[in-house]
Design a protein. Sequence first.
Lengths: 251, 251
Amino acid sequence: MIYYRDLVWVLVAKELKLRYRNTVLGYAWSVLNPLAFAMVFFVVFKIFMRVPIANYTLFLITGLFPWQWFANTVTSSNYSFLNNSSLIKKVKFPRYFLVIAGVLNDMIHFALSIVVIVAFMIFYHKAPSLNWIVLVPFMVLVQFLLTTGIALAAASCNLFFRDLERMAGILVMLWFYATPVIYSVGMIPPRFLWWTYANPMTPVIMCWRSLFLGDPLSLSYLGAAAAWAVLIFAIGLRIYKSLEWRFAEIV
Amino acid sequence: MSSDAVVRFHEVTKYYPASNIASRGMKHLILHLPRHIAAFSRKKTFCALDGVSFEVPHGECFGIIGRNGSGKSTTLGLIAGVLRPSRGTVETQGKIAPLLELGAGFHAELSGRDNIVLNGILLGLTRARVMEHMDQIIAFSELERFIDQPLRTYSTGMIARLGFSVAVHLEPDILLVDEVLAVGDEAFQEKCLRKMAEFRSQGVTIIFVTHKLTDVEKICDRTMLLMGGRVQQIGNPQEVVREYRKRMAQA
């Protein structure tokens, strides 16, 4: 048990040390990068296209920041095993830790960006509420499971089917526009509403947004998010387990 | 069957898939469609090991020699547990420490010290254990002056020193040595051979793969000659090396 903790620690520490070395702004990039995206979307959708959503900046980042944790991990997970081929060929260690370290790494950057969200909340005269103590860790866990499930599947499958890393960028972009990050669920025509439950990321983003905007949380979204997370984690783990024994042959 | 064997191969056969259709790409698939269909229907595979049986008793230094592609590394992969035999059984007892090929599990941008921690944990030590041995590992590597420099500033010989130093401090029951020593300078190679002799006197089993036949004669108790994935001979190192030289001269 101590060993697994150390393994996670050393792999996450490695990524954190490496990510912003030789940059002047360092960790500020974990916040600057999503903020830059937020600014682009704000200009396009609020100023040019005039979406009728109040407090659009806050609305936007409360969906965008959790989304970026998910998207960054899923995109980079394609290389989790590939970039460690020499290790996989020689050492028997639980390889899924390479994927988990990647998820945790992006999760830490998301945690940093929550500070920015809180700053914007204060600007819009909102305050963090007490239920965060329970619900933020709960939602982190839900999104961790969901992201890990997809990342495990992507990292494993990409070893056998390298087209996946090319497709990943496109798929993640499509998924982004299919998820209510830059628009609200209210703007979706009623006949497409079923889709909000069919897309595993929709309830996750909806829950984060309600939490940060101080709106009452919908129990059905909370339940849907948790159910999707467990299901996708189980599927991802299953795919990883069935392919793992061939990793050393193929890398 | 001796009861004190710590490595036991019984009729081990290992096939690799000859060529993965997906990994070669669509163009290749279409251009060579008839060949792919033929290969698929015949289940064409490459046989790396063919009915290999041997046992290594506790505390022995067991050499494996043979030409490139004769199955030596596959044998080590099977002992390390990163590969699965296609047929037959592989049994091992105790903690196995693979001596990694140059730089595997190391990261060029991290310092020598950080790499010791990373490598030590990946190879199965807890962090506390690595820290306990840190001074010894650094002393053994004789890299005190460079230990806080990033690894990319190291020469290949220095990286090999670091790798060997970590591996010998893992307190393994079985040490796998795969011709990594070749890049170190003469003095360090001597030191490694002395360390291996010391290990042997402590009852550590050593599996030694190398092309330096004089080393095999010097430190191995028994040696196996592999040719084309089959066991050609197992026995006294001098005799096996003589047989190997004879066959090399014929070829």
